[in-house]
Design a protein around this ligand. Structure first.
Ligand SMILES: [Zn+2]
Length: 305
């Protein structure tokens, strides 16, 4: 069984386990009252997402999407917690599942959420369709649809992707493009790209992650591209920053800063002088753009060209 099939089996195999009643900072009565279903989101991914990331998904996509990310299959169970729970405060080390529970007990505003800002590279109708799929926890559907739209726009060649799409996977990374593989006749096989739960922190971010991974897929098509390591990461993060307006991430200083800081980290690891010389101009352009977009609202790591 390959890794993807195994991941699907793992996703389907959810066992109900009780919340740890003895966890610090949690009243025993609260803990007894609740059960949660682990599954969709690994602890590491949840920790990486953090309370703000989960709240962002909750605000953008609602409790149902958060429930699905956390492996909660039942919307009612989340809402029941919200009305009966006197509130849990997360203590240091109490664990991400409890951190998530805390978010469920916050009452939701009754007023409808304002319409999400436009993502120029998608347009309102496509954006609404994708947001709805994410709200309904159809993460694979959202990926297939987003990639289909970008295929229609001549921006993604789906023949380069295994099964013509990217796979939603239960792992801690935003996205991973597997190393290139060939068939026995020496033909490059379509790339296996997996997208993880944390990529769904917002639709613009998902869009950016998909396009970032696609830059790696394009690199796989040439011998020179397959040689790339950190320089390939620099270029793929630069692609996102330089397309920030189209992707819709330009209004999110934290996301732009994350992109820049990852770019910069990889830039600092390049040891090959030719690679460094090649990516220095695009890294400099990305830094200038990131500074402009962030405008002091998030911290950018210092660029040392
Ligand atoms: Zn990458």
């Amino acid at each position: 069984m390959d890794a993807l099939s195994q991941a699907r089996v793992d996703l389907g195999d959810r066992a109900k386990v009780p919340v740890r009643a003895g966890a610090p900072g949690v009243r025993a009565a609260d803990a007894r009252a609740r059960t949660f279903v682990p599954g969709q989101l690994p602890e590491a991914a949840l920790q990486r997402l953090g309370p703000e990331g989960i709240l962002a998904i909750q605000r953008g996509s609602g409790n149902r999407a958060v429930s699905a990310l956390l492996g909660r299959t039942n919307r009612q169970s989340a809402e029941a917690s919200a009305v009966t729970g006197p509130g849990i405060r997360l203590a240091e080390g109490a664990g991400p599942s409890l951190m998530a529970q805390e978010l469920f007990v916050q009452r939701q505003p009754i007023a409808p959420a304002p319409q999400a800002p436009l993502i120029p590279g998608l347009g309102r109708a496509r954006q609404d369709m994708l947001e709805k799929m994410i709200q309904q926890a159809d993460f694979q559907g959202a990926l297939d649809t987003l990639i289909g739209f970008k295929h229609m726009d001549y921006e993604i060649e789906t023949n380069l992707l295994a099964n013509g799409t990217m796979q939603y996977g239960n792992f801690r990374w935003d996205g991973v493009t597997a190393a290139p593989k060939w068939d026995q006749a020496g033909n490059l096989l379509p790339a296996v790209v997996q997208i993880g739960p944390t990529a769904f922190r917002s639709l613009p971010y998902l869009y950016a992650v998909v396009m970032h991974e696609y830059q790696h897929v394009l690199d796989h098509q040439t011998a020179a591209g397959r040689q790339k390591r950190e320089d390939g990461e620099v270029e793929a993060h630069a692609w996102d920053i330089l397309h920030a307006v189209e992707l819709g991430i330009s209004r999110s200083p934290d996301i732009v800063a994350d992109e820049w800081n990852e770019l910069n980290k990889n830039y600092g690891r390049i040891t090959d002088q030719q690679a460094l010389t090649r990516v220095r101009p695009v890294a400099s352009r990305a830094f200038a753009e990131a500074r402009k977009l962030v405008g002091g609202k998030a911290t950018l790591d210092t660029f040392v060209p």
